[in-house]
Design a protein around this ligand. Structure first.
Ligand code: QAP
Ligand code: CO
Length: 168
């Protein structure tokens, strides 16, 4: 299976609202399998279809814990959020940038699996964070959009330094 190329910040596909999937066709399943493989090769824990240039509502998540299975979610939605957690995030589409992001501690999610069966379940901790992060991608939102003004300042300063301290 070919490794898909990952779009990075600046690519307009990352800013579009992705389309609902109306039918789980073989090509949707093939995209899902290719996304999982691409995510594994890039050592990611989550990937959304727009990150590989496909503007459709499909995400894959696989937590790094031993024995955790991949989750394929078609048309995922968050029905409820509860509590708060702050933790470090990165994104394959924003390579090399990591920042603390505030998210819900727990979310109630609904999606279709690749067989078209509805799944409703509660996710906590890292899994809740991954669902929020990946569903944001489907709405054209990146984790860097969720930083505080002072975090943005800090990030801008780092980028200036990395470019050799020149005026940008
Ligand atoms: C989203 O992120 C996420 O910059 C998935 O050089 C983040 O897989 C879910 C990655 C935090 C839960 C918690 C980023 C790999 C991977 C990079 C990723 C990099 C190499 C990010
Ligand atoms: Co991401």
């Amino acid at each position: 299976m070919p490794r898909l190329s990952i779009r990075t910040v600046g690519d307009p596909v990352l800013r579009q609202r992705a389309q609902e999937i109306t039918e789980i066709t073989p090509s949707v399943k093939r995209l899902a399998a290719n996304m999982l493989e691409t995510m594994h090769l890039s050592e990611g824990v989550g990937l959304a279809a727009p990150q590989v240039g496909e503007s459709v509502r499909l995400v894959v998540i696989q937590l790094p814990e031993e024995g955790s299975e991949p989750i394929f979610a078609v048309n995922p939605e968050i029905l409820e959020r509860e509590g708060e957690q702050v933790g470090e995030e990165g994104c394959l589409s924003v390579p090399g940038v990591y920042a603390e992001v505030r998210r819900a501690r727990s979310v109630l999610v609904r999606f279709l699996d690749l067989e078209g069966e509805e799944v409703v379940g509660r996710a906590e901790g890292l899994l809740a964070r991954a669902f929020e992060h990946e569903i944001d991608h489907l709405d054209g939102v990146l984790f860097i959009d969720r930083l505080t003004p002072s975090q943005r300042e800090e990030l801008a300063a780092k980028i200036r330094e990395a470019s050799g301290g020149e005026e940008a």
